[in-house]
Write a protein that binds this ligand. Sequence first.
Ligand code: SF4
Ligand code: SF4
Ligand code: SF4
Length: 261
Amino acid sequence: MNLNITLTQQVDAVLPQTQCGLCGHRDGCLPYAQAIVEGEDANKCIPGGQPVADQLAEILNRPILVAEQSVWPIQADGRPQRMKAVIREDECIGCTKCISACPVDAIIGSGKLMHSILTDLCTGCELCIPPCPVDCIDLVEDHSTLLTEQQRLVEQDELRNRYYAHIQRQEKRQNTRKGPIVRAAIESEVFSQFADVETQDNTVVASAAIAPEQDAKRIIELAKIRSQIKKLDKQLSVRPEPAKQQLLDELKAKLTVIEGA
Ligand code: SF4
Ligand code: SF4
Ligand code: SF4
């Protein structure tokens, strides 16, 4: 296949890495980036909205197209409203189907136990909603402060890495047939091409390379701890409790150790 890898990486670097498939590419942002370079219109990324369509037109030196519309209102930065998924935990039957569906591994829980979404990691891609047999996942608007351009790039790199680690894990699971498979088999050919190129452009290639599974585990562990710390901070601000305070101190110490590792 004659693919312009550097240009594909430049295009992929602009895409939000939500991996939602709303552009029509069920395997996410990288396959859409590839299709754009091969001639597909560059206005189909729904979460990216008009700002992404504009940036892509500039990179590709093509006319600006009106971005395909989101069902959500537009935020101050011109992108559609960011959303987060929330599980109604008392209704969850612990079937684990949402875990396989989440492209960025933002859901924790195990068989027959209640599941939770790590809010910091959730991109609101909605992919966990259809597989849930009891329809206990809601989408809520995320009104936290909008990201700066720099923060967005950091977030996109993290999402890309988590997705690639997720693909690797899903492929392994598919081979051994352990756990429910919700998403159809991922066409990994395009991803493997990007794992192989490591020398053309350090910045872009580094973000496109497949992250070791260990890294994804560490990110998820960090997110879990941060989420627990946030919850405890909130609880303790209402009512001080020595046992919870001790747990909070321990979690903070653990976070420092993992962050420094
Ligand atoms: S974030 Fe945009 S490019 Fe990525 S999968 Fe979703 S619609 Fe496609
Ligand atoms: S928890 Fe659901 S909405 Fe959030 S990123 Fe995962 S699949 Fe998408
Ligand atoms: S798919 Fe629904 S019921 Fe099953 S674990 Fe996830 S939230 Fe719970």
